[in-house]
Design a protein around this ligand. Sequence first.
Ligand code: 5GP
Ligand code: ZN
Length: 112
Amino acid sequence: MQNCLFCRIIAGEIPSTVVYEDDWAVAFRDIAPAAPIHILLVPRIHVRNILEAGSHPGLMDGLAKAVAAVARAEGLDMSGFRVSINTGADAGQTVEHLHLHLLGGRALGLMG
Ligand code: 5GP
Ligand code: ZN
């Protein structure tokens, strides 16, 4: 989608630090990290949020595979990490292209 920030990052039109990609997903470092390791995992196809993800068979499986690959590559599989998906205004979703935040590298505490 032309005006979507994450579609443009996936297309390479906006620079990012890509750490992983496969047929389903692209993962890149968050520009404003909230933890020592903060990676965004996004589906290649433009899906607005998790409410729409179920309409695309295989998509969440693909993202889960990407989460595991990135967590292992970043050395987080033993120490632990958090995956969060903001959806809509109350969660503070700012980019309307489904994205998983993968956070780790320190004790994360409880979420607000
Ligand atoms: P949301 O608040 O929608 O759940 O998360 C959007 C995330 O995208 C934020 O954590 C924000 O820092 C990140 N972000 C916004 N613009 C850019 C960008 O241009 N590049 C990268 N790598 N991350 C971005
Ligand atoms: Zn998009």
